[in-house]
Structure formats: C-alpha cells, structure tokens
Design a protein around this ligand. Structure first.
Ligand SMILES: Cc1cc2nc3c(=O)[nH]c(=O)nc-3n(C[C@H](O)[C@H](O)[C@H](O)COP(=O)(O)OP(=O)(O)OC[C@H]3O[C@@H](n4cnc5c(N)ncnc54)[C@H](O)[C@@H]3O)c2cc1C
Length: 349
C-alpha cells in the first residue's frame, strides 16, 4: 500500500478547489483499509474518507491528515429465494455504472438515480436521492469498518436511520464508520418509477409504457439540461450539484411566510413533508433572494442551468466558493427568515 505525501485534492473533486492532503492512500482491499486507519492512528493524524469527491468543498489549506480513498470496486449479483435480485458492490465502484448494470439486468429500484456522480460508498452517507427515488429504498445492508474498534460490522437498512439527505453516517456516527460495501435489493421485471413531474412531462406525448432503460435515459437527459450530469467542458460542470438542502419548516411558519409573500404577489411553492411540516424548494428561495442563474461573483458563480448549483468558473478558490455560499445564506435569511443548510461536506475548514 503506497502512502503518498502532499497530494493535490482539487483534481479528485468535482468542484476542483482546495489544497493538498498531507498524506493520501488508496485502499483496494478491506485489509488495506484497516492498515490505513492504523497508519493514521499511530501518527495521531485525523482521517478523512474520500469517495468520488462529488459532494465536497476542500479548504484552500487542504487536509492536514490522512485522506483515505476506498478503492474496493468489485460488484456481483444474485437472485434471492424470494425472487428479488441483490446487487453487492464495493464502496469504490462508480455509482452510475452500478445503476446502468441494474437497468441492463432489467431490475427496477434505482433507475431514477441515474447520472449522479460519485461512488457506491458515498450514496448511503447523505441518502442520495433524485426524481422521486432515494437510495435508502433499495439499500439492504452496509458493510462497514468501525474506525475505533477496527471491527467489521454489517448494518441493516434500519440501523442507518435514513431520512431526507441524512443517515447516521452524516449525523450521529459521522466519522465513525468507513463504508466498505453496500448491498441493494432490486425488483427484476419491475416498472420504472415515473411519479416525478419532470419525468411525466418527458414521457407525456410518447406512446407505450417507458422501459427501465428509457427511464434511465430520460433522467440523464433531464439532468443534462440542468447541468446536473457531468459533461466535460460544460461551463457549469464544476460543482457539487445542489449546494443547499431543501429546508423543511413547520406548517405554522409556512403559513405565516406564505401570507407575507402573498402581500408581495409572490406564491411560495411547497411540498408535503412529515406531519406538521412543509418542504420548500431551496432553488426558489435562492432565486427570489436575488440570485439568478448565471450570477457571477469573481471566480465563483451560480450555474446557468440550476439556481442551487454554485460553480467554480475556472480558477476559484475554496474561499471564493464559501464567500458566495455565505452571501446566499445571508440574503435568504434576511428575505425569508430561513437558514439554508449546505449539502456538501466541508473538508479541512
Ligand atoms: C453534478 C452533480 C449532481 C449531483 N446530483 C445529486 C443528486 O441528484 N442527488 C444527491 O443526493 N446528490 C447529488 N450530488 C451529490 C453527490 O454526487 C452525492 O452525494 C454522492 O453520493 C457523493 O458520493 P462521493 O463518492 O462523490 O462522495 P464524496 O463527495 O467523496 O464524499 C461525501 C461524503 O461521504 C463520505 N464518504 C464517501 N465515501 C465513503 C466511504 N466509503 N465510507 C465512509 N464515508 C464515505 C465522505 O467522507 C464525505 O463525508 C450531485 C453532485 C454533482 C457534482
């Protein structure tokens, strides 16, 4: 196992900002993951686990510890006695390639998660979701290394406490577990999930029932139109996807805010959430706080296609990205009294 020093992290992220890792290692087996943790522990170095780098902002100072990339990247599938198909993939396997495999095998359950960058191991962390599906709907088990006891454990779906963009991995147990493998339960011969409005619109005037492959193609097409599919050379490609989570507010707060905005001839959109709560589209709040698509602030900006995506316009620093994030959060708070929460993980700040 090769431990390298002062490795640039910016090229290992989709946003492309930030300084180097003091130490960097790619672990290709479970034994190497354990070895890497022992290395960090013996030198009292902080440890950061890197996946595909698609949900990270690395500070300009970089990370003064060991960055461990889990490169376990095998995949297999089998049919369970009850007829479902279990796909089992190493944490380092490319997420979209796994979705493609499930669709090619005629298995439903993750077709709407097509085109999301990153690795299999990154998906449980924020319970990745898009177009009416969340990865928690198909995750069966997550195999992890407990970074404190160095024991390997298998967590059930329930153990992970998945909710909207959240799990134990980014809340109560942050930094505790290193994800080694994830297994998913898929429905062979199942129909695609086409509940999401954008997908219904896409297929509205097309004859016949869309197949899984057509649903995957549609999701990728819709994502491409919003610069949410990474297309090299696209001016909006350097991002972390949505920078802010959709806020969930109490019903009473929603009603008061709606009333206040009605007097300004504004209709506040919202979606159902848990009982007594409403989910608000962060993109609407950002745009109505004065940040239109294509907004420019030095080397950082907002995507031309998607109001929630902060982009590196070429040579942005992490400080540029954070300054724009802060500006947006402060304007949204002044305008609506809502604190927007950032979705990406901040590393080395
Ligand atoms: C263009 C674009 C579109 C996107 N669209 C969506 C979307 O539609 N829906 C959505 O939910 N997200 C979206 N994202 C965000 C991102 O792609 C996902 O969150 C993805 O799952 C992150 O995986 P990763 O492997 O890149 O993780 P990284 O960005 O490398 O890491 C993210 C977090 O996961 C942790 N982590 C990663 N691997 C492991 C592991 N093996 N063990 C323990 N912890 C680990 C890291 O420590 C970090 O805390 C988008 C991003 C981009 C750039």
């Amino acid at each position: 196992m090769l431990i390298r020093q002062n490795v640039a992290l910016a090229p290992l992220t989709t946003l492309g900002v930030g300084g180097p890792a003091r130490f960097f290692v790619e672990a290709l087996t479970e034994a190497e993951v354990i070895e890497a943790v022992e290395f960090a522990r013996s030198r009292q170095l902080p440890l950061f686990v890197l996946g595909g780098g698609s949900n990270l902002v690395v500070s300009d100072a970089g990370f003064a510890g060991l960055v461990l990339r889990v490169g376990i990247a095998d995949v297999s599938n089998c049919t369970a006695p009850n007829g479902v198909v279990i796909f089992d993939a190493g944490a380092g396997f490319d997420w979209d390639a796994l979705v493609a495999q499930t669709v090619d095998a005629g298995c439903a359950g993750m077709e709407c998660l097509s085109g999301i960058p990153g690795t299999v191991g990154g998906t449980p962390v924020q319970n990745v979701g898009a177009y009416g599906q969340e990865v928690s709907e198909t995750i069966q088990e997550v195999r992890v290394l407990d970074s404190q006891s160095l024991q390997i454990k298998t967590l059930s779906n329930a153990d992970c406490s998945f909710t909207y963009r959240s799990s134990i991995f980014n809340t109560t147990e942050r930094g505790h577990y290193i994800i080694l493998r994830v297994s998913f339960t898929l429905r062979p011969g199942g129909k695609p999930n086409l509940h999401y409005a954008d997908l219904q619109k896409f297929f509205a005037n097309r004859p016949g029932e869309p197949t899984l492959a057509e649903a995957r193609m549609a999701v990728r097409e819709i994502r491409r139109g919003k610069a949410m599919l990474i297309v090299p050379g696209d001016q909006d490609a350097r991002s972390v996807g949505s920078f802010f989570k959709n806020p969930i507010v109490e019903q009473s707060f929603f009603e008061q805010l709606s009333e206040r905005l009605r007097s300004r001839a504004l209709q506040l959109p919202s979606y159902p959430a848990a009982d007594g709560f409403r989910k608000l589209p962060a993109a609407w709040l950002v745009e109505h706080a004065g940040f239109s698509k294509g907004y420019v602030k030095g080397a950082a900006g907002i995507s031309h296609q998607h109001a929630l995506a902060i982009v590196n316009r070429g040579d942005a620093t992490a400080a540029d990205i954070i300054a724009l994030k802060d500006e947006i959060q402060s304007h949204v708070f002044d305008e609506f009294g809502i604190e927007l929460r950032a979705e990406p993980v901040l590393v080395g700040f």
